[in-house]
Write a protein that binds this ligand. Structure first.
Ligand SMILES: C[S@@+](CC[C@H](N)C(=O)[O-])C[C@H]1O[C@@H](n2cnc3c(N)ncnc32)[C@H](O)[C@@H]1O
Length: 231
C-alpha cells in the first residue's frame, strides 16, 4: 500500500497506546489468559486502515481481534477508529507477518482473515504472497484444528492461485464465490473492498479450514521459515 507519510505519526500512535501491542512475543501462547473473557481469538493479517477489523470487532464483542499491519502510516487510521469507537476487544501490531511464529503459539487462533492481500504478480515474487507455501504451514501451526482462514480478494489470479495452495496444503475449502456481493453487500467490507465494490469489480471469497494435520516440517518460532524477502 503506497501511503503518504502521516504527520505526527509518533504522537498519534502514543495516543492510541492502549490498543497497541508493542511486544507481541510476550503474549505468545498467553493471549487468552492475558486478555480474558472472550470466546475466540481472531487475527487479521495486513489490516491496512483497519475498517474491516473495527467493524467486525464492534459486531462480535465475544471475540478478541488482533490486527497486524507492517505499514504504521496505514494502521494508525484503524487504531484511531478503534479508539473513537471505545473498543476493548481489539489490539494492533505493527510488524511483518513473517514473524507470526514469534507472536502466536501452536493452535492458539480460531480464525485468520486475509483481506485483499498484495497479489505480488509474477513467479519471482510468489513467495511474498500471504497465501504462498511459505506462509500456509505457519497458519497451520497457529490455527487450532477446525480453525479457518477467511480470504477475500478482487484479484482473480491471486484467488485461483490461492485455491490451489490451500488445497495442496490440505485445507478444506468451502464458501467459494467469485462474486460475493452479486445480490447486494455481504458482511463487513474493508477499505479496498468498498472502493472496488463501488467500481463494480467482483470480489472473490473462500474459507479454508485447517482439518488438523500439521506438517512435520513446520518450523518452530524463531526458525527462519518465513524469512523476510527483501523488497
Ligand atoms: C492491498 S492492502 C489491503 C488492506 C486492507 N486489508 C483492505 O482490504 O483495505 C494489503 C495490506 O497488507 C499489508 N501487508 C502485506 N504484506 C504484509 C506482511 N507480510 N505483514 C504485514 N502486513 C502486510 C500491506 O502493508 C497493506 O497494508
Amino acid at each position: 500500500m503506497r501511503m503518504r507519510k502521516k504527520r505526527n505519526l509518533i504522537p498519534r500512535m502514543e495516543r492510541c497506546a492502549a490498543l497497541l501491542v508493542k511486544e507481541p512475543a510476550l503474549h505468545r501462547s498467553r493471549w487468552r489468559s492475558d486478555f480474558p473473557g472472550f470466546q475466540e481469538l481472531h487475527l487479521e493479517i495486513g489490516c491496512g486502515r483497519g475498517r474491516f477489523t473495527v467493524e467486525i470487532a464492534k459486531q462480535n464483542p465475544h471475540v478478541f481481534f488482533i490486527a497486524i499491519e507492517r505499514v504504521a502510516d496505514a494502521m494508525i487510521i484503524g487504531l484511531e477508529r478503534a479508539m473513537e469507537e471505545g473498543l476493548t476487544n481489539i489490539r494492533f501490531i505493527t510488524q511483518d507477518a513473517s514473524n507470526l511464529l514469534e507472536f502466536f503459539g501452536e493452535g492458539e487462533l480460531d480464525r485468520i482473515y486475509l483481506n485483499f492481500s498484495d497479489p505480488w504478480p509474477g513467479k519471482r515474487h510468489a513467495k511474498r504472497r500471504l497465501t504462498s507455501e511459505r506462509f500456509l504451514p505457519v497458519y497451520k501451526k497457529i490455527l487450532r484444528p477446525g480453525g479457518a482462514i477467511h480470504f477475500k480478494t478482487d484479484n482473480n489470479e491471486l484467488f485461483e492461485y490461492s485455491l490451489g495452495t490451500f488445497q495442496e496444503a490440505g485445507f478444506a475449502l468451502s464458501e467459494i464465490t467469485r462474486n460475493l456481493h452479486e445480490r447486494g453487500p455481504v458482511g463487513a467490507m474493508t477499505d479496498y473492498e468498498m472502493k472496488f465494490h463501488a467500481q463494480g469489480v467482483s470480489i472473490n471469497r473462500c474459507v479454508a479450514t485447517f482439518i488438523g494435520e500439521r506438517d512435520e516440517a513446520a518450523p518452530d518460532a524463531g526458525a527462519e521459515q518465513t524469512e523476510k524477502v527483501d523488497e
